[in-house]
Design a protein around this ligand. Structure first.
Ligand SMILES: Nc1ncnc2c1ncn2[C@@H]1O[C@H](COP(=O)(O)OP(=O)(O)OP(=O)(O)O)[C@@H](O)[C@H]1O
Ligand SMILES: [Mg+2]
Length: 409
């Protein structure tokens, strides 16, 4: 798919901007702070309903304005669709699809984007929440109805956490709180949690090959990337953790270790079995959960383990390696979405690829390789402060961005 038209009102630094876009490469060039990232952030927002830069939507609304509107015409195959989101800080978004009011959940999945930005370094260096978010966003793009399961899980998690805290406190005061509501929450947490675990584990299996291939490509063969899902239910059940030093290499032992790890991962895709295992673990952990007042097992405690050769990437990978790894995760996401057989919207699942400030960070060889890799995408939106940073093979349309104005060059 591609975005043929974009209109913003009161989004970030833009009072109003209307932009026609072509398929292929569009590069937004301009000095720092002129609004390049703001533009592509708006496009990405239409696909994830969140920003890669801020947790709260308030920052997306132009200072002093009551709300922002992001409007786009997107083309799947050759069928156009109009998507509109109104962002009002502190309130639910309002959505329109082909000019009619729509539920936001019906708009999810219409616009598919994969955005790579400097913030993605956190995927490798940051805490597990970053990597869970990476998996969940991709999972929801592939299967929009899982957004509802995620929301349900978050809600149950909060309520169960609150109950654990109050019941734990009551017990410390010497009373005997009624724990029957807790059983109800356990059931709901396990049911929603298992669906998320299963979807993530399946996604990790799908991504593993593309991530390894993309890393190999970006780094010019300078290391082997491997991703594994580490589920807290596996921790609770005393199952082994993915260990890069055992999983890497060409030996038969390593191959056996990989097969075992993938077997363990496959077991996580069985929703009914994981539901049971979660319930069981919550039973065993109840005392500790009451003591600590937190939910100790479930997808909110899981992680995506990134290995590079025989070492975990986190804590060991160099800056350049971490950067290449994050890029490989995004390029692999692009590929998985593009090749998604079940894509709605005329089967056109190819996302818009957005590269925010990426080329400046890469040496010239990596730059050329990345450019070659993305040159065939249906639409690539690039931002760069210096025009020379955009490789020549990515000729295409240039836009000058200055002081909130965007002009086609
Ligand atoms: N809600 C908002 N209201 C008004 N202005 C905003 C808002 N959010 C961000 N800005 C302004 O937008 C500008 C940043 O724009 P953006 O991040 O798109 O810059 P950029 O062109 O990508 O710069 P760089 O090359 O440094 O990445 C800043 O000057 C910031 O003050
Ligand atoms: Mg920027």
């Amino acid at each position: 798919m591609y975005v043929s038209d974009l209109a913003l009102n009161d989004f970030r630094s833009y009072r109003e901007v209307v932009l026609a876009l072509d398929p292929g490469v569009s590069a937004f060039v301009g000095r720092n702070g002129q609004g390049k990232t703001n533009l592509v952030e708006a496009v990405a927002y239409l696909s994830t309903f969140s920003s890669h830069r801020v947790a709260a939507d308030a920052a997306l609304v132009r200072q002093g304005a009551p709300g922002a509107v992001v409007r786009a015409k997107v083309v799947h195959g050759d069928r156009p669709t109009l998507v509109e989101l109104e962002i009002v800080a502190g309130k639910a978004n309002r959505a329109r699809l082909n000019r009619s009011p729509a539920r936001t959940r019906d708009v999810l999945g219409v616009v598919r984007t994969v955005l790579f930005a400097p913030e993605d370094l956190e995927l490798v260096k940051g805490d597990p929440a970053q990597r869970r978010r990476f998996l969940d966003e991709l999972m929801v793009l592939l299967t929009p109805r899982l957004a509802g399961v995620r929301a349900e899980y978050e809600k149950v998690l909060r309520q169960r956490g609150a109950l654990l805290k109050s019941a734990g406190a009551a017990r410390r005061r010497g009373s005997r709180p009624d724990l029957s509501t807790l059983d109800v929450w356990d059931g709901q947490l396990a049911a929603a949690g298992a669906r998320i675990v299963a979807a993530r584990a399946a996604l990790v299996a799908t991504l593993r090959g593309p991530v390894a291939a993309a890393y190999d490509e970006v780094s010019a063969g300078q290391g082997t990337a491997r991703i594994d899902y580490r589920a807290s239910i596996d921790v609770a059940d005393d199952l082994p953790a993915p260990d890069a030093s055992a999983l890497a290499g060409e030996t038969t032992d390593a191959a056996a270790a990989r097969a075992a790890a993938e077997e363990q991962e496959l077991a996580l895709t069985d929703v009914a079995a994981v539901t049971e295992r979660l319930l069981d673990a919550m039973g065993r952990l109840r005392e500790r959960e009451l003591e600590r007042g937190v939910c100790l097992v479930g997808p909110h405690r899981d992680d995506l383990i990134l290995s590079l050769g025989t070492l975990p990437a986190k804590g060991f990978a160099s800056h350049g390696e971490s950067w290449s790894y994050a890029l490989a995760l995004r390029l692999a996401s692009y590929e998985v979405l593009r090749d998604d057989d079940g894509a709605p919207w005329d089967g056109d699942g190819e996302p818009v690829l957005i590269l925010d400030d990426v080329f400046a960070e890469l040496d010239s060889r990596r730059r050329e390789r990345l450019a070659t890799m993305v040159a065939g995408a249906r639409q690539v939106l690039i931002t760069a402060a210096v025009p020379e940073d955009v490789p020549a093979v990515l000729a295409g349309v240039r836009y000058e961005v200055a002081e909130g104005r965007v002009e086609r060059g």
